[in-house]
Design a protein around this ligand. Structure first.
Ligand SMILES: Nc1ncnc2c1ncn2[C@@H]1O[C@H](COP(=O)(O)OP(=O)(O)OP(=O)(O)O)[C@@H](O)[C@H]1O
Length: 256
């Protein structure tokens, strides 16, 4: 189904409240004469407990959408609502506090701190958020990603897939309202990628986690509940429970 550009798009038909919502969000870069509209009047609500993949050609605004929704970047116009919090109205200190307690972020390149063990990497967000550090809770979250026995290892002593699972544990330790993932399987071999996608599915089905994930990989996108397609900074299509072949075909049409 093709949605008209800029249409308000609800993530599921279900009436679950939105974990994060963008209302008429635009993000422009550059000056008056060479302006790029990275996001152009995007409205979308991501329901609690849903997993959405964001796809689109290179430069279509996927990372910008993720960064604006996660409060990593300010919008040029519109509103970003994270539950009851309006990120666009928040001052810098409030935004930092919200990012630390309500948002988890996973990157393609893991971004673990090389000098810290897996356990210390996972502990860090709790310390930054000023939360009590429970060694038991840290071990529990490492066990939930299958890495309790590797907790004393440093990133260089772990495989890419293991490092990404530590990064997911680190993002999840503060129990964020939304987990944002930017190409989480982009640097992994297919077996490790499948493991990471299985883990994300467990978080959604088992813990009701909300996930918004940018990916270029149709197989990864097909692991999500639904897929949002961007082109030129606008939502132009969406698919619910799509197959990898269906996703690849829609993407090819956009890239064509
Ligand atoms: N800091 C910036 N300054 C100027 N233009 C930017 C900046 N960040 C992004 N853009 C532009 O905004 C548009 C959207 O970029 P964005 O990175 O969101 O796209 P994307 O879909 O994530 O691309 P890719 O798949 O290649 O990572 C692009 O035209 C890009 O060049």
């Amino acid at each position: 189904m093709t949605a008209p550009a800029g249409i308000q798009w609800q993530q599921t038909e279900a009436r679950a409240p939105a974990a994060v919502e963008l209302r008429g969000v635009s993000r422009h870069y550059g000056g008056k004469h060479a302006q790029v509209r990275a996001l152009d009047d995007v409205s979308v609500a991501f329901a609690q407990g849903s997993w959405t993949a964001v796809m689109g050609p290179s430069g279509s605004g996927k990372s910008t959408l993720l960064h604006c929704a996660a409060g990593l970047e300010r919008v040029s116009a519109g509103q970003v609502l994270l539950g009851e919090h309006d990120l666009t109205a928040a001052g810098d200190a409030e935004l930092t506090a919200l990012r630390r307690s309500e948002i988890g972020f996973v990157f393609q390149s893991f971004n673990l701190i090389a000098s810290l063990t897996a356990e210390q990497n996972v502990t860090l967000p709790l310390k930054l958020a000023g939360q009590r550090v429970s060694a038991k809770a840290v071990r529990r979250v490492l066990a939930s990603v299958g890495l309790d026995e590797r907790r004393r290892h440093r990133p260089r002593e772990l495989s890419g897939g293991q490092q990404q699972r530590v990064a997911i544990a680190r993002a999840m330790v503060t129990r964020p309202r939304v987990l944002f993932a930017d190409e989480p399987t982009g640097a992994l071999d297919s077996t490790s990628a499948r493991q990471v996608l299985r883990l994300l599915r467990e978080l959604v089905d088992g813990a009701g986690q909300t996930i918004v994930m940018v990916t270029h990989d149709p197989a990864a996108a097909a692991s999500a509940d639904s897929v949002l397609f961007l082109s030129d900074g606008r939502i132009v299509d969406h698919a619910h429970a799509p197959s990898a072949a269906g996703v690849a075909e829609r993407l090819a049409r956009l890239e064509g």
